[in-house]
Structures are given as C-alpha cells and as structure tokens.
Design a protein around this ligand. Structure first.
Ligand SMILES: [Zn+2]
Length: 235
C-alpha cells in the first residue's frame, strides 16, 4: 500500500525535478540576453565617446590655429607701425610686443603638435574599434537569437514536463500528495529518498532504529528523524 504510493511519489519527484531544471534554465535566459545586449551597448557607447573626444580635440586645435593666425596678423600690424614711428623708444616698445607675440605663437604651435599626435593616436584606436564593431555586434546578436530560440524550445519542454508532472499527481491519494507538496516546498529535492545502511540518502545521517523498523513494515509513510524527508527501504 505505502510501497505503491512511494513508487508513485518517486515518479512525481522525477517529473518535478525535470520541471524545476527547465524552469531554472528558462529563468537564466533573460539575464544572459541582457548581458549580451549590454556588451553591444557598452561598445557602442565607447565608440561614441571616442568620437566626441576626437571632435573636442579638433576644436581645440582649430582654436589654437586661429589664435596663431591672429597673433601673426598682430605682428604684421606692429611691423607696419614700426615703419611709421619716429621715436626710438616707440620702435623698441613695438619690438618688445613682437617678441612677446612670437613667443606665444611658438608655445601655441607646440601645443598644436602635441594635439595632432594625440588626435592621430585616438583616430587609429577609433578606426580599429570601428572596423570590428559591426562583425562583433552581429556575432553577439547571433548569440541573442540563439538564446531566444532556446527560450522557445525550453518553454515548450517545460509545458510538456508540467503536464507530465500533473498527470503523475492524478492517481495519487490526496494525503500523500499533501506530504510531498509540503516537503518539496521547503526542502531541496529529492524529498523521497532511500535508506541505505540505515543512512538517509537525503541528509546522509543515520535514521533511528524505530524509523528503520517503521520503514521496513511499510504500513505508513516514514520520515527521516534528521531532515524530515520521506524515507523508504530500497530493497
Ligand atoms: Zn534525512
């Protein structure tokens, strides 16, 4: 009597394990898809950031070149003024202004050279990343498509497994089903386990002589003294 119910419980437990395994797989898929989508997004963002930085560097360079240009014009004006001044002091003062402007031009030109080197290095890096972006994006999108296909597949299998599990509940006495549901909701499966060498196969601890005797008689459901799982004698 109990033996038959144990057999039914074991079938139910097997099917329950299949359901749980498939549910677990299904639960992890959205996270995996999200991870791949974030990878694409991060790479896209990195490209955009590099592009924006290149633009800023170009703006700086243009500004400096304009400053050099206007300083140059200023120098030309000073030189023209020098042709017109009469006093030596005024001439000297203009020479001083010209020297100051030339010094500024020289500093700015050095900055321009440093910027150009930086722009070259960043452009090279940008081109490298841009050239692999499309292919790596499509590879990642492939992985996402595979996961989506996998999700559909697992959803189908899960429906089937749930139907199988419910089917195995149908012929079972309500009180046994209640015991199973209660155990399975709070203890990690399996909750219907054999006793081997007087040890519970669930918690691997020794069951008491009384419990062992009760299991041997097989008149009622026996539970492990330690973990509360239903135990039965395998042989
Ligand atoms: Zn146990």
């Amino acid at each position: 009597m109990v033996k038959q119910q144990i057999e039914k419980l074991l079938i139910l437990q097997d099917r329950d394990q299949v359901v749980r395994r498939l549910s677990g797989q299904l639960d992890s898929i959205p996270q995996e898809i999200q991870t791949y989508e974030s990878e694409i997004e991060a790479e896209k963002q990195a490209l955009e950031d590099t592009k924006a930085m290149l633009q800023r560097l170009e703006v700086q360079r243009n500004d400096l070149e304009m400053q050099v240009g206007s300083a140059q014009e200023q120098i030309n004006k000073y030189k023209n003024q020098q042709l017109q001044v009469k006093k030596n002091e005024e001439f000297q003062a203009l020479t001083h202004e010209i020297e100051l402007a030339e010094q500024k031009i020289s500093d700015w030109e050095e900055e321009v050279i440093a910027l150009m080197l930086e722009i070259d290095a960043e452009s090279e890096e940008f081109s490298k990343r841009e050239s692999v972006f499309d292919s790596s994006k499509s590879k990642t999108q492939n992985k996402i498509s595979q996961l989506e296909a996998r999700r559909n597949e697992v959803e189908g299998s899960l429906k089937e497994a749930e139907a199988n599990m419910n089917e195995s509940k149908a012929p079972m006495e309500a009180r046994f089903l209640t015991v199973y549901d209660r155990l399975a909701s709070r203890i990690k499966l399996p909750v219907i386990v054999a006793v081997e060498n007087q040890k519970c196969e669930g918690c691997h601890l020794r069951v008491s002589n009384d419990s062992l005797e009760q299991a041997r008689k097989g008149e009622e459901l026996t539970t492990c003294d330690n973990c509360g799982r239903v135990v039965y004698l395998a042989s």
